[in-house]
Design a protein around this ligand. Sequence first.
Ligand code: SF4
Length: 263
Amino acid sequence: MSIENLIPLQGEEDSAHMMGRVHSTDSFGTVDGPGTRYVVFLQGCMYRCKYCHNRDTWDLDEGQIWTVEDLVQEIIPFHPFMEVSDGGVTVTGGEPLLQQHFVYRLFKSLHHLGFHTCLDTNGYVRKYDELLDALLRYTDLVMLDIKQINNEKHKDLVGVSNEYALKFAQYLAEENIRTWIRYVVVPGYSDDLEDAKEMASFVARLGNVEKVELLPYHELGVNKWEVMGEVYPLEGVKPPPKETIQAIANEFLKAGISVTGPA
Ligand code: SF4
């Protein structure tokens, strides 16, 4: 199924009955944005990250179909928990920007109800239009994954050029949208200090990035590949040592950028 095939599922743009494909939800997320968050994992991704810990989110025609209205009703009871922790709702995936109509309608509804909204994306944007702008108007924070600044290494690691993510980063900067950058440190793929230095220089030039979150590679998603009968591409790769994370953090700090681990 192509990306475009997802669009008819989403119904009319202004309908609360608009539908989207949801992989799963987590009503008490603590690592995907500020505070305690209701996290919505949308179905579908065009990247093929070798370390993907959500391998079962890739297929565009899987997942459960939800209306915006039903999802909002599901989220509302959790508002008090979010309020006391300055949390909110994060939409991630998979890749949420493959279902822009759905996310736009969801964030618009949530905003009217007083929820903080966060978009966790790999930046795979192929079209810059009014819909994207409308979605971003109701987005309080973007967490953008930049997997590798070196395009050849990026393609090797995730199967797609980094031109989409870098262009989206620049667009967020032009629009002055609050942004965090997420960088997964994978031994042998994204732990080179020269790459980190180049990435830090790129991020510093953007001017709108509050911080970079360094996420050490982990092996927690391996069993999903096994359950799906697939060979895990990073078999034998171990999480990076603390010293590597610190050395990469130093490159960002030298460029004047705040760095944290998972929030
Ligand atoms: S962008 Fe996320 S969901 Fe998509 S392949 Fe990469 S890690 Fe998996």
